[in-house]
Design a protein around this ligand. Structure first.
Ligand SMILES: [Zn+2]
Length: 193
């Protein structure tokens, strides 16, 4: 999977986050290894992360990236445990809870035209805000009633996770792994003939 293949998006946001680091075939890639990578992934999320679009993440440091990757690492381990019905580690839970509490949500009131509007805001730096937003998305995955049905892509060499809407879904994406595996099986079958 080279960088010219777009990241897998459109799953639950927390799963999209985990899937930014994945192995597929012989390639492995980390979509969040550079500030540009993070901005590109945030832009691909569109409405879901719109408050972090535009110039909001214009000055992302390596430490900022490390903070986001740390949420992802924690998410990856938590989801791996919880989807198999196993208790997660205390350290991972503490880390996710700490990230959530570092940028708590509060209502901000504004007078708009002739009436009041109340909007949910987070306290904290932009990165703490983004980290908490993503941690919340991970919390939604972990508490989703379908958490035990989260699957890994059926391609043995692909690590992508998804929550299938239909029990028939086998691949992270047919164009990414389904076709690749069909071709591999075809050659396997015809190897000795
Ligand atoms: Zn796959």
């Amino acid at each position: 999977m080279s960088t010219d293949i777009p990241p897998l998006t459109g799953e639950l946001l927390g799963l999209d986050l985990i899937n930014t680091r994945a192995r597929s075939g012989t390639d492995s890639i980390d979509r969040l290894s550079t500030p540009d990578g993070l901005r590109m992934w945030v832009a691909l999320q569109g409405e879901r992360l719109k408050e972090f679009g535009g110039d909001v993440l214009a000055t992302v440091s390596q430490a900022d990236l490390a903070a986001i990757r740390s949420v992802r690492e924690c998410a990856s381990q938590l989801v791996d445990h919880v989807r198999h019905g196993r208790a997660p580690s205390d350290a991972n839970l503490r880390e996710l809870n700490r990230t959530l509490s570092a940028a708590p949500v509060h209502l901000e009131l504004r007078w708009v035209g002739s009436s009041m509007a109340a909007e949910a805001r987070r306290t904290g730096s932009v990165i703490a805000d983004l980290a908490a937003h993503l941690a919340e998305a991970v919390a939604l995955v972990l508490t989703d009633p379908g958490v035990s049905t989260i699957r890994k892509c059926e391609a043995e060499d692909c690590t992508m996770l998804f929550l299938p809407a239909s029990s028939r879904r086998r691949w992270c994406a047919a164009a990414r792994c389904g076709n690749r595996m069909r071709v591999a099986r075809y050659y396997q079958r015809h190897k000795d003939s």
